[in-house]
Design a protein around this ligand. Structure first.
Ligand code: UD1
Length: 434
C-alpha cells in the first residue's frame, strides 16, 4: 500500500501552480455528454475523481480522448440513450459526483440509471434534494435494488424549485436537467460556489440559456439541443487554499499561481486574522508567515462563507497558533475524523458536537497516520510537514482523488515528502540523511 513519508520542519518556500477545479470539472465533464457534438475541455485536473468519471462515461459509449494531460475531448454521440443505458462499474460508486450523470442523462435522454453515489465518508450525504428537483421537473425517480437511481420522464417541464438546504450538488444537477427541459426553471436558494458559475458558463457556451448563476436565484430557459464547445475550467479554490494553509503552518513563503483571488477571500481573511501576510496579485497570491500565529474562530458556510472543504486544513494551522480557536462545521456531520490523528501528533483539540475547541501547542511530532477522507488527508500532510520528525500517512488514495501531483508540488517547495510502498522504502526514507 502506498503511503506518504514526510519529514517535517522545513518552511515551504517557492512557487506552486494550481490545477483546474476538481468540483467544477466533475460537473462540466458530465455536462459534456449532453450534446452529440465534440466538446473540448481544458484545465481538467489529472486526479482520480475526474478519471473515474471519464471512465464511467466511456463505459456507456462516450468517446473520451486526452489531447494532453489536462485537455480532454469528449463526444457523447455514441451513448445508447435507451432503457439499456446503465451507469455502474466498480469505480463509479466511489465518487459522489457520479450523481451528475443523472441530471445530464435525464436531460438528454429523459432516462438515467446510475449507481448510487459514494465519495468521502463525511456524514450522511443524502440526495433527496436532487430527487425532489427532478420530480418537480416531471421525472419519476426510484431507488432500485442494487443501490441504483432510475429517473425517467415522458416530458421534462420547467418549474419553480426551492431548495430547503443550500446544496452544491442539487443546484448543479437540477441545472443540468433543466437545460434541456421545456420552458423555464427557477432554482431558489441555489448554491453560489464558483464551480456552479463555471458549470453554468460551460452550459451556456454549449448553447444553454442560464442566468443568475452565482446568486441564489438561477433561471434556466430550456433549449432543445446543445452544441459542441471549447472551455477552460477555473482554478481550484480548495487546492489553492490547502497550499495557503500549508505555507502558514510551516511558517513559509509561497507564491500560489493560477488562482482567482476573489474565490480565496474567506480563506485569506482567516489567515490574515491569524497573523499571516497574504498579498493578492491578478492571478496569484503570496502567503507568508513567520513567528507566532494567533488563534481565531472559523465557521464553515456555503460560499461566500468559509468552505467546509478547507475546515481540516485551517484547523491544523490553528493547532499551531497561540490561544484558543473555535472551529464550527455547519455543512457536514462527521467532519472531525482527522482530529484523533492530530491529537496523536500533540494537538490539543476537544470536539463537542459540530465544534472543535483548539488550544494552540508549540509544535507537532511525527506519527503514523491514516487519512479518513480527501481533505482530512490533505490536513494530515500539512501537519506532518509542520511536525518535528518523520510521519507516514496511510490511505493516500483519498488525497489522490482531488490533488494533482501533490507530493511533487510539495517537493518543489522544499517539503520532504515521498510516496513509499514497501518496508524497504520506508526504512530508506527514515534513514535518509538531511
Ligand atoms: C459538494 C462538493 C464537496 C463540498 C460540498 C459543500 C462536489 C463534487 N463536492 O458536495 O466537496 O464539501 O459541496 O461545499 O462538488 N444535502 C441534503 N440533501 C441533498 C443534498 C445535500 O440534505 O439532496 C445536504 C448535505 O447533507 C449537506 C448540505 O446539504 O449537509 C450541503 O451538501 P452539498 O452542497 O450538496 O454537498 P455536495 O454537493 O455533496
Amino acid at each position: 500500500m502506498e503511503q506518504y513519508a514526510i519529514r517535517g520542519g522545513t518552511p515551504l518556500e517557492g512557487e506552486v501552480t494550481i490545477a483546474g477545479a476538481k468540483n467544477a470539472a466533475l460537473g462540466i465533464l458530465a455536462a459534456a455528454i449532453m450534446t452529440d457534438e465534440e466538446v473540448v475541455v481544458e484545465n481538467v485536473p489529472f486526479v482520480s475523481d475526474t478519471r473515474t468519471l471519464l471512465k464511467a462515461m466511456e463505459n456507456i459509449g462516450a468517446k473520451v480522448r486526452y489531447l494532453d494531460r489536462h485537455t480532454v475531448v469528449i463526444n457523447g454521440s455514441g451513448i445508447r440513450g435507451d432503457r439499456g443505458l446503465s451507469v455502474d462499474d466498480e469505480y463509479i460508486r466511489k465518487i459522489r459526483a457520479s450523481y451528475y450523470l443523472i441530471g445530464a442523462l435525464l436531460g438528454k435522454y429523459r432516462y438515467a440509471n446510475v449507481a448510487l453515489p459514494g465519495g468521502c465518508d463525511i456524514g450522511s450525504r443524502p440526495i433527496d434534494l436532487h430527487i425532489k428537483g427532478f420530480e418537480t421537473l416531471g421525472a419519476k425517480v426510484d431507488i432500485v435494488s442494487g443501490g441504483k437511481v432510475v429517473a425517467e420522464a415522458e416530458e421534462l417541464t420547467g418549474a419553480h424549485i426551492y431548495l430547503d438546504t443550500v446544496s452544491v450538488g442539487a443546484t448543479i444537477n437540477i441545472m443540468l436537467a433543466a437545460t434541456l427541459a421545456e420552458g423555464k426553471t427557477t432554482i431558489e436558494n441555489a448554491a453560489k460556489e464558483p464551480h456552479i458559475v463555471d458549470v453554468a458558463n460551460f452550459l451556456n457556451t454549449m448553447g444553454a440559456n442560464i442566468k443568475g448563476a452565482g446568486t441564489d436565484v438561477i433561471r434556466v430557459r430550456g433549449v432543445s439541443r446543445l452544441h459542441g464547445a471549447e472551455y477552460s475550467i477555473i482554478p481550484d479554490q480548495i487546492e489553492a487554499g490547502t497550499f495557503m494553509a500549508m505555507a502558514v503552518a510551516t511558517r513559509g513563503n509561497v507564491l500560489i499561481r493560477n488562482v482567482i483571488p476573489k474565490h480565496l477571500e474567506a480563506i485569506s481573511s482567516k489567515l490574515v486574522d491569524m497573523g499571516a501576510r497574504v498579498i493578492e496579485y491578478d492571478d496569484s497570491v503570496r502567503v507568508m508567515a513567520d513567528g507566532a500565529l494567533r488563534s481565531t474562530q472559523v465557521k464553515t458556510l456555503p460560499y461566500p462563507g468559509f468552505p467546509t472543504d478547507m475546515q481540516a486544513q485551517i484547523a491544523t494551522a490553528l493547532c499551531l497558533s497561540d490561544g484558543i480557536s473555535i472551529v464550527t462545521e455547519s455543512i457536514f456531520e462527521n467532519r472531525f475524523r482527522y482530529v484523533a490523528e492530530l491529537i496523536r501528533m500533540g494537538a490539543k483539540i476537544r470536539v463537542e458536537g459540530n465544534t472543535a475547541i483548539i488550544t494552540g501547542v508549540p509544535g507537532f511530532t511525527g506519527a503514523n497516520l491514516t487519512a479518513s477522507d480527501l481533505r482530512a488527508g490533505a490536513a494530515l500532510v500539512i501537519a506532518a510537514l509542520a511536525a518535528e520528525g518523520v510521519s507516514f500517512i496511510d490511505d493516500i488514495q483519498y488525497v489522490k482523488r482531488g490533488y494533482e501531483d501533490f507530493d511533487t508540488k510539495i517537493r518543489a517547495l522544499g517539503g520532504e515528502i515521498e510516496i513509499v510502498d514497501s518496508e524497504r522504502s520506508r526504512q530508506k526514507f527514515k534513514l535518509k540523511v538531511v
